[in-house]
Design a protein around this ligand. Structure first.
Ligand code: FES
Ligand code: FES
Length: 166
């Protein structure tokens, strides 16, 4: 066991853990952040995705010791402190993306990282950038529409559904 300092959603934490413990377990069980989900536990589905140094990272296969001191963002850290949603979250609502919802943390976090590095992705770039983040409910077309909508929201500010289109 050892003390590891983490910075998550702008807050600092120190946890006394086995350094090999997957980050996902620390986020959910020690810090009470339930946004990232346990899906496969093998780095294959994306449900556990968080953002570290601007990149979408699968926290189920990330030893916590490897991210000490890094800025970690979870789904809980996307909205503004006054409650305003991140444009990706708003676009997800506008497009009514989720079905069962289980995968959607991974979809939203991966989309956010994609738009941060490429604010105006083509459909092909969206498909590639979503990095095989799996959805058993097959919401992929609505995810793609929501990413296009989020890109417009980020570029122009909030607009009505009719203006954005699908
Ligand atoms: S739970 Fe981490 S990739 Fe599936
Ligand atoms: S919404 Fe059900 S798995 Fe994606």
């Amino acid at each position: 066991m050892s003390n590891i300092s983490l910075k998550v959603n702008g807050r600092s934490y120190t946890v006394d853990i086995d350094p090999a413990t997957p980050l996902l377990y620390i986020l959910r069980n020690d810090l009470g952040l339930q946004g990232p989900r346990f899906g496969c536990g093998l780095g294959q589905c994306g449900a556990c995705t968080v953002i570290i140094k601007g990149a979408a990272v699968r926290s189920c296969i990330t030893p916590t010791s490897t991210v000490k001191g890094s800025e970690i963002t979870t789904l809980e850290g996307l909205a503004q402190q006054d409650g305003r949603l991140h444009p990706v979250q708003q676009a997800w609502i506008d497009e009514q993306v989720p079905q069962c919802g289980f995968c959607q943390n991974g979809q939203i976090m991966t989309a956010k990282a994609l738009l941060d590095r490429n604010p105006d992705p083509t459909d092909a770039e969206i498909r590639e950038g979503m990095d095989r983040t799996l959805c058993r409910c097959m919401t992929y077309y609505r995810i793609q529409a929501a990413i296009r909508r989020a890109a417009k929201l980020i570029a122009t500010g909030p607009v009505s559904g009719k203006e954005v289109g699908a």
